[in-house]
Design a protein. Structure first.
Length: 144
């Protein structure tokens, strides 16, 4: 497996990465994804793609380094998804190891992510990967 970081404008973002990312984020269109990555890149958003030996994208991580008062410096994982057909084959583990390398190089103290309460299979995976449940995440939707 090979994991690479993709910059905005790379054609593999839409051809390879987006179909896998849409398994987790089905609301994304190519246009919306381009807009989000263009604006998010200036805020530190990056995407990494995991490729199987045959050259097929099998996993995606969206991430950024964040500086805040609670953890000081962390690598926050916005998105972590393995293609449905490739789950339980080590893709998620490899992506987390890749992100840990970025985190250590950036002087981060931790890896953080949020996971929807209904994603119990993902929660089991994160616990196996030695993540701890340390907080509740609260959201207030703002109307128009």
């Amino acid at each position: 497996m090979k994991i690479i970081d993709l910059e905005p404008g790379d054609p593999r973002l839409e051809s390879d990465l987006l179909p896998v990312l849409c398994e987790l984020r089905p609301h994304l269109t190519p246009e919306l994804f381009r807009e989000v990555y263009e604006a998010g890149h200036a805020q530190g958003l990056r995407f990494s793609a995991a490729y199987a030996d045959g050259g097929r994208c099998v996993g995606v991580a969206g991430w950024r380094v964040v500086v805040n008062t609670s953890s000081l410096r962390e690598l926050y994982i916005d998105d972590l998804v393995t293609a449905d057909a490739d789950r339980s084959t080590g893709v998620g583990h490899a992506l987390i190891a890749h992100l840990e390398g970025h985190a250590r190089a950036a002087g981060c103290r931790e890896l953080d992510l949020d996971s929807g309460t209904h994603r119990t299979g993902a929660h089991r995976f994160y616990l196996r990967e030695r993540f701890d449940i340390t907080a509740f995440h609260f959201t207030r939707v703002l109307g128009d």
